[in-house]
Design a protein around this ligand. Structure first.
Ligand code: ARG
Length: 400
């Protein structure tokens, strides 16, 4: 029996041609795996049929939207995960999930290898392969575009020659990856970092400059996870879908940045992630209310580390697992309501409340009812500044 390879299949030109290309180059039977992470567009049945028409011996479709939201997006939200303080890790979060399904299907269908359609210049190849290595170290990884030099022109020629059922519409100038957490747009005229993004790049967000009246939304969190929107109970996936809709309508979550890839390249990226940006802003503010000062401060360092690890493809690593334990522990008190105003591209928190709140009105107030003993501040500052005073006595020239 021929050996088998499981290919992460999107339904697009590259991975469709990749099926035959892989088969010709390796002699392996190709199993196509399409994972629904909320990318929208074509329905999964037609994608499945296309894989079979392109020569796959089997085509497996997985609806992983809830799994993606529960197991990947909620940990990212608890970590307020933003790479380089801005990018909510849209693609970086989907790769380990897809890799987990690749490894599972490979095992179930007796494949000895997996394949993906990444080029050799990006982060996604690293993420797929590092995740597969951690989950199924015996599986080989093949990347037809990178390793078998399948260029776009060759792909089009191959599709025509074999009569593959792919409508090669006018070449989309952008490389786009999307899922329910957001959308990433690269290449084309954006490769010149001075060029401003044009309005028709965007799909998840309306033009914030043309926005109408504000919307207000109240998000209820339980232990760091959104559980209701405006009082209506939602699953994590529903929360994300709902906020994409409301926040997207107000142009929230557009990001235009130069990013440092793991492979050493600086790249210009345009993202839109309305739910991610609104949820992280809300979640962070609830933490401001409910986490003690040192915990919040230390957690912000952990968040940066967590984001770097996930960006770099180390989702299934020991360090990431241990950081998750820390982060989960911090979330025990992160429950309550956040009220936000959405308008003109901004999600602004206007109210917060929690039974776990550490905010003490009687300590904070400048009016009557003040319970803070100001006379204690003098002695506190005396001792707090003692090290500074002592070293200044040593270091400053006399009379300075
Ligand atoms: N630069 C982003 C990242 O590394 C987005 C990658 C998007 N992938 C793509 N094939 N367009 O996570």
């Amino acid at each position: 029996m021929a050996e088998r390879v499981v290919l992460a299949y999107s339904g697009g030109l590259d991975t469709s041609v990749g099926i035959g290309w892989l088969q010709d180059a390796t002699g392996k039977e190709v199993v196509a795996l399409a994972v629904d992470v909320g990318q929208g567009g074509e329905d999964m049945d037609s994608i499945r049929q296309r894989a079979l028409d392109c020569g796959a011996v089997e085509a497996v479709v997985v609806d992983a939207k809830d799994e993606f939201a529960n197991d990947f997006l909620m940990p990212a939200l608890k970590a307020n995960a933003l790479y380089q303080k801005r990018y909510p890790l849209v693609s970086a979060l989907s790769r380990p999930l897809i890799a987990r399904h690749l490894a599972r299907v490979a095992q179930e269908l007796g494949a000895d290898s997996v394949a993906h359609g990444c080029t050799g210049k990006g982060n996604d190849q690293v993420r797929f392969e590092a995740a597969v290595a951690a989950l199924a170290p015996g599986l080989a990884c093949i990347a037809p575009i990178r390793d078998l030099a399948l260029t776009r022109d060759k792909a089009i020629a191959y599709a025509e020659e074999k009569g593959l059922p792919i409508q090669q519409s006018k070449k989309n100038p952008y490389s786009i990856d999307k899922n329910v957490w957001g959308r990433a747009v690269e290449t084309g005229f954006l490769e010149e970092p001075w060029n401003g993004p044009v309005e028709d790049l965007y799909e998840y967000t309306a033009d914030p400059a043309a926005d109408g009246p504000a919307d207000e939304v109240t998000i209820t969190f339980a232990e760091g996870v959104p559980v209701a929107i405006d009082g209506e109970v939602v699953s994590p996936l529903e929360a994300v879908v709902r906020l994409n809709e409301i926040a997207g309508r107000h142009g929230v979550g557009r990001i235009d940045m130069v990013e440092d890839r793991l492979v050493g390249i600086k790249s210009r990226e345009v993202y839109e992630a309305p739910a991610a940006i609104a949820l992280i802003a809300a979640h962070e503010e609830l933490e401001n209310l409910t986490l003690e000062r040192d915990l919040g401060r230390f957690k912000r360092d952990v968040e940066a580390e967590w984001s770097n690890l996930v960006y770099d493809g180390l989702w299934f690593s020991g360090l990431k697992r241990s950081l998750d334990v820390f982060i989960d522990d911090t979330q025990k008190s992160v429950s309550g309501d956040i009220r936000m105003t959405l308008q003109g591209g901004r999600a602004t928190v206007t109210g917060r409340r929690s039974v776990q709140s550490l905010y003490d009105f009687s300590l904070a107030t400048y009016d009557t009812g003040d319970s803070f003993d100001q006379s204690q501040a003098k002695g506190f500052i005396e001792i707090w500044s003692l090290p500074s005073k002592i070293s200044a006595r040593r270091d400053l020239a006399p009379g300075e």
